[in-house]
Design a protein around this ligand. Structure first.
Ligand SMILES: [Mg+2]
Length: 188
């Protein structure tokens, strides 16, 4: 079940949103009325999504979004009475995945939430892929370096050095990159 925090200073609007979400089987874990409270609730509940008004007392939604995004990878859907683009630029650094323009209707809210969740999933997958690719590249560099060391030390061909590295890692049942980093480490 998707957990959501709703941040909106106008209590009637907030109640409406919470009701719509609950009716659609979303789990609203907290509803608060300003940016500061949004930070606290986020620390406490780590929700899957935050729906956040822009104009609020104490701390506005943009500032709160930026602070939250430095700490967590939680998607944020902004609520705004302004359809202007003036905030879009400012919001780029934060994990803002969309805007909903007031007045809010069910027909507008629910698809926006769905899209936001799907987008967040895509971003998470992409991040995983990037991390994975980076590790593969790092591992490859280690293996190349270790291979070079073995070639020089033992006067081996590239293929023989690679096979030696591979055999060692298989014997020890560790990844080839781990064996490679040990060989590099020894030289230091
Ligand atoms: Mg407001």
């Amino acid at each position: 079940m998707t957990s959501i925090i709703v941040v909106e200073d106008e209590s009637i609007v907030r109640m409406d949103i919470v009701e719509m979400l609950a009716a659609a089987n979303y789990n609203v874990v907290a509803e608060v009325g300003n940016g500061e409270k949004a930070l606290e609730a986020t620390d406490k509940f780590r929700p899957d999504l935050i729906i956040m008004d822009i104009k609020m007392p104490k701390m506005d939604g943009l500032k709160a979004s930026k602070i939250i995004s430095k700490k967590y990878n939680i998607p944020i859907l902004l609520l705004t009475a302004y359809s202007h683009c003036e905030y879009v630029e400012e919001a780029k650094q934060a994990n803002i995945v969309g805007y909903i323009v007031k007045p809010i209707s069910e027909a507008q809210l629910l698809p926006a939430v769905e899209i936001a969740m799907r987008q967040a999933q895509n971003i998470a997958e992409l991040r995983f892929e990037v991390d994975h690719t980076k590790k593969q590249m790092d591992d490859r560099k280690l293996v190349e370096k270790a291979k070079g060391i073995l070639m020089k030390q033992l006067n081996l061909t590239e293929e023989a050095a690679y096979q030696k590295l591979r055999r060692k890692s298989m014997d020890k049942q560790v990844g080839i990159e781990i064996e490679a980093s040990k060989i590099i480490e020894k030289l230091r």
